[in-house]
Design a protein around this ligand. Structure first.
Ligand code: NAI
Length: 429
């Protein structure tokens, strides 16, 4: 709350103190756009709306080529000789997804001399080195909101799968077995249990809304408390102290972005604070967890089950401990790439490319990082920006707050707010 007040005050006094940031605009002429997606192989033909794969490349090939642009699509993203590396020196735009992440390292950014724009088809741009992108003056944007329903629904499913001990029963059927007791001794109702989400942004709120009819006790820990009316409507109680919330929860769900604050948040010590027998669902990012600590807690039974679709790295190596730990219900990274989600993030990417070609701003909530022209803003601010975790802009203020601030101050350019607040939040943290 205090941070929000400071930020609001800051915007009131922003005025002319911040000079114009560079407008991201494609220079005239043909652009080289590279997209990195997962391969669908024989599955590509099974559904005309399966646009998120290499074979369909978000369905924008014809449109881009009709405008004279070059569009390269690949799934080959690893190692010095991969297809992605070959195109780094002359690409202007790189489209990546969190499902088959092309890790955009500082080294790769350095090689990509012509790169202006990094678009994430989906949500979560932690596979990009944002500090390096800021230093290089790149714009990073994602299709915010595109798959939040997809993930919230998936989390609800995972909670039920773990609490009802569903998977062992399914495996019995496949294996020709029948042993009710082997399942029933650790299967529970969801009703009456306490569920806590860490992060109650778009996905977290949607999950809480979906859980309300289950008659559970709902808790949330976030950097921001919801407005009282929304809190009441959702029916969840705010827990300012994460470590105080954890021992209360039968089910813990992680819904924060991966930032420097959340990387490794669930280490051995924090997992030890969870109630014995709690289950954890994590569709946010694998690196929020200490991999081995999760595997150990599942093996010891302190954690009764772990489910999620996010790993580090991705694809998960064959020897990843989560593949082999007991009571896990892991899948590849799938929750945010339903056909419905693909259509939404494909449309969002096309819209941003169109705006980029026309020199128009993107929807404000899509920006993760905005381009900074050298000398176009005060130098110390540029310097600050280059060294911070840019996700703080959204994760500290919350997108709703940020949007309402922008909406109430039409005279202030969004990019100015973005740059200034990012710098300001850094000093507040
Ligand atoms: N598995 C999948 O397919 C998908 C995964 N995701 C992951 O889910 C994350 C969340 O997505 P949205 O809900 O759309 O984002 P959002 O920005 O709407 O919400 C994130 C929430 O986390 C809170 N938060 C940030 N840092 C925190 C901290 N240190 N402690 C407590 N709360 C903190 C923010 O205040 C905000 O309320 C994404 O960043 C992404 O990593 C998103 C979409 C698909």
């Amino acid at each position: 709350m205090a941070m929000r007040r400071v930020a609001e005050h800051a915007i009131r006094t922003l005025g002319s103190r911040v000079s114009q940031s560079r407008q991201l605009q494609a220079t005239p002429g043909s652009k080289k756009i590279v997209g990195v997606f997962y391969k669908a192989r024989e599955h590509a033909e099974k559904n005309p709306n399966f646009v998120g794969c290499v074979e369909r490349g978000l369905g924008i090939q014809e449109w881009l080529e009709s405008q004279g642009h070059q569009y390269i699509v690949t799934d080959d993203k690893e190692g010095p000789n991969c297809e992605l590396e070959k195109h780094l020196p002359d690409m202007h735009v790189l489209i990546t997804t969190p499902f088959h992440p092309a890790y955009v390292t500082a080294e790769r950014i350095k090689k990509a001399k012509n790169l202006q724009l990094l678009l994430t088809a989906g949500i979560g741009s932690d596979h990009i080195d944002l500090n390096a992108a800021a230093n290089a003056g790149l714009t990073v944007a994602e299709v915010t909101g595109s798959n939040v329903v997809s993930v919230a629904e998936d989390e609800l499913m995972r909670i039920l799968i773990l609490v009802r001990n569903f998977l062992p029963g399914y495996h019995q059927v496949i294996n020709g077995e029948w042993d009710v007791a082997a399942i029933a001794h650790r299967a529970y109702d969801l009703e009456g249990k306490t569920i806590g989400t860490i992060g109650a942004g778009r996905i977290g709120k949607r999950l809480l809304q979906r859980l309300k009819p289950f008659n559970c006790s709902l808790l949330y820990h976030d950097r921001l408390k919801m407005e009282p009316e929304l809190e009441q409507q959702i029916g969840a109680k705010f827990e300012e102290d994460l470590d105080a919330m954890l021992p209360k929860c039968d089910v813990i769900v992680i819904n924060t972005p991966l930032t420097e604050k959340t990387r490794g948040l669930f280490d051995k010590e924090r997992i030890a604070k969870c109630k014995k027998g709690a289950v954890i669902v994590n569709n946010a990012r694998g690196a929020i967890m200490d991999t081995q600590a999760v595997a150990d807690a599942c093996s010891s039974g302190h954690i009764a089950g772990y489910s999620g679709d996010v790993w580090y790295p991705q694809p998960a190596p064959k020897d990843h401990p989560w593949r082999y730990m007991p009571n896990q219900a892991m899948t590849p990274h799938i929750s945010g790439t339903t056909i419905d989600a693909q259509l939404r993030y494909a449309a969002g990417v096309k819209d941003m490319l169109d705006r980029y070609f026309k020199g128009e701003n993107f929807p404000p909530q899509n920006y993760i990082l905005t381009a900074v022209g050298s000398g176009s803003i005060e130098s110390h601010r540029t310097a600050k920006l280059s060294s911070l975790d840019s996700l703080k802009l959204r994760s500290s203020l919350g997108d709703d707050t940020f949007r309402s601030l922008v909406a109430n101050k039409p005279e202030i350019k969004r990019k100015q707010i973005c740059l200034w607040l990012t710098w300001r939040i850094q000093s507040l943290d």
